[in-house]
Design a binder for this molecule. Structure first.
Ligand code: ATP
Length: 254
């Protein structure tokens, strides 16, 4: 039986991104060809400054490519105005940042409900129900009325994850989501992202942490703005297993 591949949410064909740098242009991304399919968990790795955040910004429609073709949920992004991109982004993309990016003057519940307020048609009681539901999902209902300054880093990131999924987005983009957390809290946030993925969500995560990156189904490596390597979870596992075989059995295997 042939399995139909899941449709892509993100399609990049020869995408490039350059920023003006005085009289010249600084090419940050070059000739990126990449599909992210519905329900995939992709991690993006690479040294500092290689363009990981820039790539995520393009995926999340925060910025536009300067060359090539980017399609989001089947729509060519080049043809969309700023307002249309903003509607698409608010509807279909959830962001999780290294620095949490919660609003200090708003309570936990208000922070999480914020993306819903841009959807004018949602009744107040429904917003409250949805906010509680996602806070339950990250185990933070007991802190609903607290403010970000009253939370630990791990708790802030759990609230940020709740905010990212409150609109039931097609894709969650996480930029170094464990970068400001200790190991234990990092693992908690990763367990949360893995659970979201197991529930069918699409996740694309930038991380420096090889261990967390390896939890993704597919890892993309960037170097100087180009994709230089791609490996799937299965490939990485069989590499580890063949390494183990070599270690244990040496050359005696056929
Ligand atoms: N708005 C901008 N204007 C000019 N240059 C930019 C802009 N945004 C990013 N850059 C440059 O693009 C390059 C890649 O930046 P980016 O943040 O994407 O890298 P990164 O791989 O995420 O790095 P890190 O791991 O350190 O966060 C850097 O040299 C950066 O200075």
């Amino acid at each position: 039986m042939q399995v139909c591949p899941r449709p892509p949410i993100i399609e990049m064909r020869g995408v490039g991104k350059a920023f003006p740098a005085g009289p010249i242009e600084c090419h940050v991304l070059t000739d990126i060809h990449l599909d992210v399919r519905q329900g995939e968990f992709v991690s993006v790795a690479g040294p500092s400054g290689c363009g990981k955040t820039t790539l995520l910004s393009l995926m999340g429609l925060l910025d536009l490519p300067t060359s090539g073709e980017l399609r989001f949920a089947g729509q060519t992004v080049r043809n969309l105005g700023r307002a249309e991109r903003s509607v698409l982004r608010n509807r279909h993309v959830g962001f999780v940042f290294q620095a949490f990016n919660l609003i200090d003057d708003l309570s936990v519940a208000e922070n999480v409900a914020l993306p819903l307020s841009y959807r004018g048609n949602m009744p107040r009681h429904e917003r409250g129900r949805r906010t509680r539901e996602v806070l339950e999902c990250v185990g933070m209902t007991h802190r609903m009325r607290h403010y970000p300054s009253q939370l630990s880093g791990g708790q802030k990131q759990r609230v940020a994850v709740a905010r990212a999924i409150v609109n039931d987005p097609a894709i969650v983009l996480a930029d170094e989501p464990t970068g400001n957390l200790d190991v234990g809290n990092g693992e908690l946030v990763m367990a949360l992202l893995s659970r979201l993925h197991a529930e069918g969500r699409t996740i694309c995560m930038v991380t420096h942490d090889e261990r967390f990156g390896a939890m993704a189904e597919r890892t993309i490596r960037l170097l100087d703005g180009r994709i230089v390597d791609e490996s799937t979870f299965q490939q990485r596992r069989s590499e580890v297993e063949s390494g183990l075989d070599e270690h244990i059995f040496g050359d005696s295997l056929p």
